[in-house]
Design a protein around this ligand. Structure first.
Ligand SMILES: C[S@@+](CC[C@H](N)C(=O)[O-])C[C@H]1O[C@@H](n2cnc3c(N)ncnc32)[C@H](O)[C@@H]1O
Length: 354
């Protein structure tokens, strides 16, 4: 970075605080959290006193630091990203120089002012009011070493996955995975793919030019049908979804995903909002020629389905992950699309058209 502020009115202490790792001998995650939090609050205090930072920017720093420290207790990898984000943001404002941050995270600074702070979660937040939704599926009668290739869950609607854990390419029927009532184990069962580790350790979140943030893969994903991750967030009602979308300004990123499942004459609609609570998949952008698609999966209960991303083809290192946000394009309501694929229609799908 060439844009460094060299004044040293107490800055050295803050630079030191940000560049050094939390002490290894911190006895617990809680200690690390407290330590990190106090470092960031010190930085905030410094910014407030010494720099001309607007209340909105200050709020952004405060929110990010709290989110980052909160995340530390949930997922240390991701909290690392958020912590880096906060540091990068400070660099962006030429306040301190952090030498430990990777170049690609620095690039992300360009759009950090657009970033909505959020809380990292591993599974959807569901407020169920309908008793039918709480129905637990029966389990299979397999043993703990079974592969479940032919068990009652796996064959309920035809084969779900092949023995290498890839989605059956001919799959068009609903997917039921083995559930908490089954005796089989995560280690040997082939019918628990969306319950296995996702690709979060194989991705980097970075600035994707005029799309805001995006997600690229670090290592090649060779096979079509590979499980990538689950879109998690708050599961909201249709009314609440419309209320939230009406409050979203056109220039803001939208994290509300509507998934329609058509069955005979009925449509099951699932609304998941990852704006305030989500995981890394909330950063996956739209493309008119996407390399991922969403597959609804049932594990314990009928609703809401888990919305799982699977690859549609081989994905190369550094390639951006993308899926199609929908098919309805309204040139008056849709935002311009910057996916830059040869199939690009020029417009983003209008997500909440009904
Ligand atoms: C679920 S968010 C994706 C992550 C987002 N880019 C971010 O920085 O947090 C969806 C928003 O990203 C932006 N976006 C996604 N794909 C885009 C594309 N192909 N062209 C333009 N903007 C895109 C839009 O603002 C959209 O509402």
């Amino acid at each position: 970075m060439s844009n460094i502020d060299h004044d040293d009115d107490g800055l050295a202490a803050y630079r030191h605080a940000l560049t050094t790792q939390a002490p290894e001998n911190s006895s617990s995650k809680q200690d690390k959290r407290t330590e990190l939090r106090s470092r960031f609050l010190n930085v905030l205090e410094y910014l407030q006193k010494n720099k001309n930072i607007s209340p909105i920017e200050l709020d952004f720093h405060r929110e990010s630091s709290l989110t980052a420290t909160h995340c530390l207790s949930i997922d240390s990898n991701f909290s690392q990203i958020l912590v880096q984000d906060l540091q990068t943001y400070i660099i962006y404002h030429s306040i301190v120089m952090i030498t430990t941050i990777e170049q690609q995270t620095i690039t992300a600074a360009a759009t950090l002012s657009d970033k909505t702070p959020f809380v990292y979660i591993d599974s959807c937040l569901i407020q169920s009011t309908n008793e039918e939704d709480d129905e637990q599926y029966e389990g299979c009668s397999c043993s703990i070493e079974d592969t479940c290739l032919n068990c009652s869950c796996a064959t309920r609607f035809g084969l779900n996955y092949d023995p290498t854990h890839c989605l059956n390419p001919n799959k068009s029927t609903p997917i039921f995975e083995c559930n908490s009532e089954c005796k089989c184990s995560l280690e040997t069962c082939h019918n628990r793919v969306s319950q296995q580790e996702d690709q979060s350790n194989n991705v980097t979140i970075l600035s994707a030019s005029n799309k805001g943030y995006g997600v690229i893969v670090n290592k090649q994903i060779p096979r079509s049908g590979t499980y990538i991750g689950e879109y998690v967030g708050e599961v909201v009602s249709e009314n609440e979804a419309h209320r939230r979308i009406a409050l979203t300004k056109t220039f803001e990123h939208n994290y509300l995903l509507l998934y329609n499942e058509h069955h005979l004459q009925t449509i099951t609609k699932t609304f998941i909002d990852a704006r305030y609570y989500g995981n890394w998949t909330r950063f996956i952008n739209h493309s008119c020629d996407p390399n991922l698609h969403i597959v609804p999966i049932r594990v314990d209960r009928p609703t809401p389905p888990r919305l799982a991303f699977f690859t549609r083809r081989e994905i190369q290192p550094n390639e951006e992950l993308s899926y199609s946000y929908g098919t309805i394009v309204d040139e008056k309501l849709s935002k311009p699309c910057f996916c830059s694929s040869s199939e690009c229609t020029g417009f983003m799908p209008y997500q909440l058209a009904d």
